[in-house]
Design a protein around this ligand. Structure first.
Ligand SMILES: [Zn+2]
Ligand SMILES: [Zn+2]
Length: 129
C-alpha cells in the first residue's frame, strides 16, 4: 500500500529520485527498471514553464537561445508537486517549471531513449508504418 505515484504506466512512475546538488546531476529510477540521469544544464533547458517555453504563440525565454549563467543552471532544490511532477529551484530563483514524470521519461537523454525517439517520433507509437 505504498502506491503513491498513481498515474501513468510503470515507465512513467519513479521508484527512486536522487538529486545530487554538488555534482549537479539528477537521477530517476523508474518502476520498470529504467534509469534516467540528467545533468542540471540539460534539465534547465527542458523547463516547461510558460516563461521559458512561451504561451499563446509567443516565444519563451529559452526560445531565444539565451546564454544561461552558472546560477541559472545550478540545481538548488527539488520538490514533488502532487504525485505527478517535480519542481526544481534554480540558483537564480527560478522555480515555476513543473516537470511531469511523463516529460522526464519522454526526454530521457540516455542512448536507448534517444534511439527510440529518433525512430518512433516519441511516445509509445508504432514503429514504421
Ligand atoms: Zn521556466
Ligand atoms: Zn532512457
Amino acid at each position: 500500500m505504498h502506491d503513491s505515484f498513481a498515474a501513468g504506466t510503470p515507465a512513467q512512475q519513479p521508484a527512486n529520485i536522487h538529486a545530487d546538488r554538488g555534482a549537479g546531476t539528477f537521477d530517476i529510477e523508474w518502476r520498470d527498471g529504467h534509469r534516467t540521469s540528467y545533468d542540471s544544464t540539460t534539465l534547465r533547458w527542458l523547463c516547461p514553464c510558460a516563461y521559458c517555453r512561451g504561451e499563446a504563440g509567443m516565444p519563451g525565454y529559452l526560445d531565444s537561445a539565451p546564454q544561461l549563467s552558472s546560477e541559472q543552471t545550478r540545481l538548488v532544490d527539488v520538490h514533488l508537486v502532487g504525485q505527478y511532477a517535480l519542481a526544481p529551484t534554480w540558483g537564480d530563483g527560478h522555480h515555476t517549471g513543473y516537470y511531469t514524470f511523463r516529460l522526464l521519461r519522454d526526454r530521457c537523454p540516455c542512448a536507448d531513449c534517444a534511439a527510440r525517439r529518433a525512430s518512433g517520433g516519441g511516445g509509445h507509437g508504432h514503429p514504421g508504418a
